[in-house]
Write a protein that binds this ligand. Structure first.
Ligand code: COA
Length: 188
């Protein structure tokens, strides 16, 4: 019987040169995960232009971070986070985006990215975390629940110009849900 190939995936802080790969992951993952949840015209119109991504990464404020998961030499996932975008939010840290390419789901890459993101938040003394997810994005909601997140509330919000309902998941104390980790870079 053929054994599955075991390959190392590592999570590291992104550099500006990763912008193109990040944009590829984002576009491919959106097209797959958001089909039926966001308008087809929007998904089909997404491109791989990383100009804005490169600029935002070059000017990343110190309270934010960008991480990539790398499989051999290809970026297969990324995660962006930092201080909560909503100043009055009781959850002080936020993961703004977490994406793993569809063909690599279920390998533990999302967990490794989220763990590394928590470490980045704790480094910035942000010990609680919120994540917003499309309400109808059932697989990702199950992932966050598996990661110890509790549903907080739903809100009407705007995502790339589209009115959507998003659900918030919260971790009041990340050290309880994600304790015992060792640094922001992991190997699996
Ligand atoms: C959500 C996402 C980041 C999860 O990453 P992943 O690499 O597939 O998840 P992992 O393999 O690390 O899973 C971690 C745990 O969550 C569980 N899990 C993941 N997806 C699940 C699902 N759909 N249903 C139930 N459990 C799930 C896994 O079984 C695993 O549990 P275990 O460690 O106890 O075995 C990834 O699937 C993704 O990019 N989805 C599309 C984009 C998206 O919707 N992103 C979120 C936007 S807010």
């Amino acid at each position: 019987m053929t054994q599955p190939k075991i390959r190392a995936v590592r999570v590291r802080r992104a550099v500006v040169e990763d912008a193109d790969a990040i944009e590829r992951v984002r576009t491919d993952t959106w097209r797959d995960a958001y089909r039926g949840l966001m308008p087809d015209s929007l998904l089909d119109g997404l491109g791989y232009d990383a100009t804005r991504r490169r600029a935002s990464m070059a000017a990343l404020p110190p309270d934010q971070f960008v991480l990539v998961a790398e499989d051999e030499d290809a970026v297969v996932g990324f995660c962006i986070g930092g201080r909560s975008h909503t100043p009055e939010e009781r959850f002080r840290g936020e993961v703004y985006a977490i994406y793993v390419v569809p063909e690599q789901h279920g390998r533990g890459i999302g967990r490794a990215l989220l763990q590394a993101a928590v470490n980045e938040l704790v480094d910035r003394d942000l010990r609680s975390m919120i994540i917003w997810v499309l309400r109808e994005n059932a697989p990702s909601r199950r992932f966050y629940e598996r990661m110890g997140g509790a549903w907080i509330r739903d809100e009407e919000r705007e995502l790339v110009g589209v009115r959507v309902t998003e659900s918030a998941y919260g971790w009041p104390d990340v050290s309880r849900s994600f304790g015992g980790s060792s640094g922001s870079v992991q190997r699996m």
